[in-house]
Design a protein around this ligand. Structure first.
Ligand SMILES: Cc1cc2nc3c(=O)[nH]c(=O)nc-3n(C[C@H](O)[C@H](O)[C@H](O)COP(=O)(O)OP(=O)(O)OC[C@H]3O[C@@H](n4cnc5c(N)ncnc54)[C@H](O)[C@@H]3O)c2cc1C
Length: 386
């Protein structure tokens, strides 16, 4: 089946998730987010219906499909006004990395819970002094007998307070060269020496971001996920799905904004015709719709390449999709706000909250500039500038 024509199974999944999303919708999501509460009812119902682990292997309770299907789930929930940000992290990054590189024991311990949503895992890579430069990550894991001792700081880690554990990117020292190489560790939330504090953010979201302090956190040998010597490859097995899922999250929100704007433009009349009859309103909305659709195509291409096992091609496509989604969504939300005039900035219509929510995709999980650097160097072959 071509990537352009969705299979009947994917269409059925899309419709079913959209129905679920509509039953909760934007009013539910925003009430929870403004009260600082997680959207627990939606998470658990989506888990019971099998939507949270569609990408995970069936032998561990997942749906046996791919990132394409998980992206459908997130996009449709977002389009219905109630996105689940932790889908970007828990099944897409952590579930993927454990399914691809974890030991049998790690798979049995984590995957069934990640698949049905009864367990959640956050992901921490960003550090205060490293930021976009992940080569500068300074969270160090040293051996102590059979154990590991993990120390460092992280920032902006989403959803720790409602997660059972965090998959942290640290570094281990190469015994031969002394060089530091990336390695992934699962750290249960209640491990001594692991502390986290919320960062006050100007975002209307059900998930909060945290700064993390890891002070000689003692971890058993089997906390290391995957091979100590293949860190980067394993990391990107998780980071590409993260980029694709961020695109899905953001494009869902863009669709929600455009739907609200089109509905408003159809009925709001201040002269003799609905405002949607003025091309000053309809053309920008049409333009945004085209841009969102183009970004969706790129996201679907990236997901398809990833699901086919072409990690290298998926890397380029996932970067491009994340970039395109961030740009298209920011423009779409801005135009939606403009379409509603003053109502675009009321809590009742909830569009102003989407300005910040979609803006995130220009910064995270990899910034717009770092994607442009990647394309300039790897796609165009231009010299590295930094
Ligand atoms: C809502 C939200 C949720 C997040 N959730 C998580 C999470 O769950 N886990 C996690 O680990 N992280 C998370 N992050 C962090 C996110 O991934 C980082 O914010 C992002 O990678 C950028 O890093 P930084 O903020 O340190 O920016 P910096 O790296 O300091 O960059 C600042 C600016 O400088 C630009 N810049 C830097 N280097 C270059 C260069 N070489 N060329 C051109 N421009 C450059 C950047 O593009 C950017 O515009 C989250 C962030 C947000 C906002």
């Amino acid at each position: 089946m071509s990537v352009f024509i969705e299979s009947p199974e994917r269409r059925t999944l899309r419709r079913a998730v959209a129905d679920l999303g509509r039953r909760y919708g934007a009013a539910y999501f925003q009430a929870k987010a403004r009260a600082g509460l997680p959207t627990e009812e939606l998470w658990s119902e989506a888990g019971k219906l099998g939507y949270l682990g569609v990408n995970l292997p069936t032998e561990y309770g997942g749906g046996g499909a791919g990132i394409s299907e998980l992206a459908i789930v997130l996009e449709e929930l977002g389009a219905a006004g109630s996105p689940l940000l932790m889908l970007v992290v828990s099944p897409a990054i952590c579930g993927t990395v454990i399914a691809r590189f974890g030991t049998e024991q790690q798979k049995q311990r984590w995957l069934p819970g990640l698949a049905d949503g009864t367990r959640r895992m956050a992901f921490g890579i960003t550090e205060p002094d490293a930021g976009s430069n992940s080569h500068r990550i300074a969270t160090i894991a040293r051996r102590d007998g059979d154990d590991w001792l993990l120390s460092g700081r992280k920032v902006f880690v989403s959803g720790i307070d409602h997660s059972d554990a965090v998959l942290f990117v640290g570094r281990t020292e190469d015994a031969a060269t002394g060089k530091l190489k990336p390695a992934l560790f699962v750290v249960p939330r209640d491990t001594p020496g692991f502390e986290y504090r919320p960062i006050p953010m100007e975002l209307v979201t059900a998930e909060r971001q945290f700064q993390v302090f890891l002070d000689e956190v003692r971890l058993p040998a089997d906390s290391l996920v995957g091979d100590e010597n293949a860190g980067l490859l394993q990391l990107f097995a998780g980071l590409n799905p993260e980029r694709i899922m961020t695109a899905a999250f953001t494009l869902g929100l863009a669709r929600q904004a455009l739907d609200s704007a089109v509905e408003y433009a159809r009925t709001r009349t201040v002269w003799d015709t609905p405002i949607g009859a003025h091309q000053g309103i309809s053309h920008p909305l049409a333009q945004c719709t085209i841009e969102v659709e183009l970004a969706r195509l790129m996201m679907q291409k990236a997901a398809h390449l990833y699901d086919c096992g072409d990690d290298a091609a998926a890397g380029e496509a996932a970067n491009m999709a994340k970039y395109a989604a961030g740009e298209a969504a920011c423009r779409a939300v801005d135009q939606a706000v403009q379409t509603l005039g003053g109502n675009g900035l009321t809590q009742e219509y909830g569009l102003a909250a989407l300005i910040a929510a979609t803006r995130v995709a220009r910064v995270a999980p990899v910034s717009r500039e770092m994607v442009l650097n990647y394309v300039a160097q790897h796609t165009l072959g231009l010299p590295k500038s930094y």
